[in-house]
Design a protein around this ligand. Structure first.
Ligand code: ZN
Length: 344
């Protein structure tokens, strides 16, 4: 019942602030600092057997809503915008999945492929190779099957980006250097053998800050990955390198997804945001070209029209061994989304 009231309050808050959010997003877009939201899902199935299982009806409702109102982009495009500026005045959203459940072949993946929704699918290799259900599902008395290697290959051939979710679904906060390197490297090579294509992105299992320590992030970079994803919530705000990508749960009710995707200022303010609170009343003349461009449907990067490019140097600290985003990029990192008091 408590959750019911919480969602009711969130719904009222969402509708009360929606117009202001849209206005704010338009202004951020003018200067290229509109946040990029990355969602992650796990398993789509009617049985709701685990807390990370989403009903297909709920998932399809979210996807239809996003198709209408957001720019759905690949992680590659998301990273490009983080580096060069995001000038879209619509929410920019990337869709990802973790673990690798065979059940996603029933409704979720066919829908995404049919509708051209870019998707990155992070797969835990050991479960796929051995056909072994995930330990975290056993706690709920469930044992949904992982994909087979053939299915993973088929997904890659259908345009789904395959990423690594480690060799075993392990906690990187617990491993020593050797095991960390093995989990990162072996999983990548096994997946590349499986799909005969490069695997360049990684998602940390569990994904809280303590499960993705700086040394593991550095090791991922040295293993050849171009991005790592966490799972403790937060927006990605340009300009930044975008090597560490923050993600929000998509498994939640629609209103939470809509609230996050349209940029909830409360979540954005949880850490030092780079975004201006007070937005200019009118477009400054020096940004007129960007404003006109941002309003066009085809938003290829405008040549030489990125006023924030110089700020990149502050994001890519030369003394930082992993070039982790600076505080300007660490926006709205908050605790695990399952922590009730922090949910938005
Ligand atoms: Zn996982």
């Amino acid at each position: 019942m408590r959750e019911h009231w919480r969602l009711a309050a969130l719904t009222a808050y969402y509708w009360a602030t929606l117009a202001a959010r849209k206005r704010r997003l338009r202004h951020w877009a003018i200067v290229g600092i509109a946040p990029v939201t990355i969602l992650f899902y796990h398993r789509i199935h009617e049985d709701r057997a685990t807390p990370w299982t989403t009903h297909p009806r709920a998932f399809l409702r979210q996807m239809h809503w996003l198709l209408e109102r957001a720019d759905l982009v690949s992680l590659q495009e998301a990273q490009k915008r983080l580096l060069a500026g995001n000038f879209s005045n619509r929410p920019v959203v990337a869709v990802t999945f973790d673990d690798g459940y065979e059940d996603n072949l029933r409704a979720a993946l066919p829908f995404l492929i049919d509708h051209g929704v870019p998707c990155t699918y992070f797969v835990t290799v050991e479960n796929v190779l051995r056909g072994r259900p995930f330990d975290h599902d056993a706690r709920y008395g469930a044992a949904p099957r992982p994909h087979t290697p053939e299915q993973i290959r088929g997904l890659a051939e259908s345009g789904v980006e395959i990423g690594s979710h480690a060799w075993s679904h392990c906690d990187f906060g617990q491993w020593n250097d050797d095991e960390t390197r093995r989990q990162l490297g072996d999983s990548r090579h096994a997946l590349e053998d499986m799909i005969s294509a490069p695997v360049v992105r990684f998602a940390f299992p569990f994904g809280r800050p303590e499960n993705a320590p700086p040394l593991a992030i550095a090791a991922a970079r040295h293993s050849g990955y171009v991005a790592v994803c966490t799972a403790h919530g937060g927006y990605n705000v340009p300009p930044c390198e975008g090597f560490v990508l923050r993600r929000f749960h998509g498994d939640d009710p629609w209103i939470r997804m809509a609230n996050r995707v349209t940029v909830d200022l409360r979540l954005l303010r949880r850490s030092a945001p780079a975004l201006p609170d007070a937005v200019p009343a009118a477009t400054p003349p020096e940004f007129a070209a960007e404003a006109a461009w941002a309003a066009t449907p085809d938003r290829a990067a405008p040549a030489g029209a990125i006023p924030i490019q110089n700020a990149l140097s502050s994001c890519l600290g030369p003394n930082d061994p992993i070039s982790a985003p600076s505080s300007a990029c660490q926006v709205a990192a908050y605790e695990d989304p399952c922590v009730e008091s922090l949910r938005g």
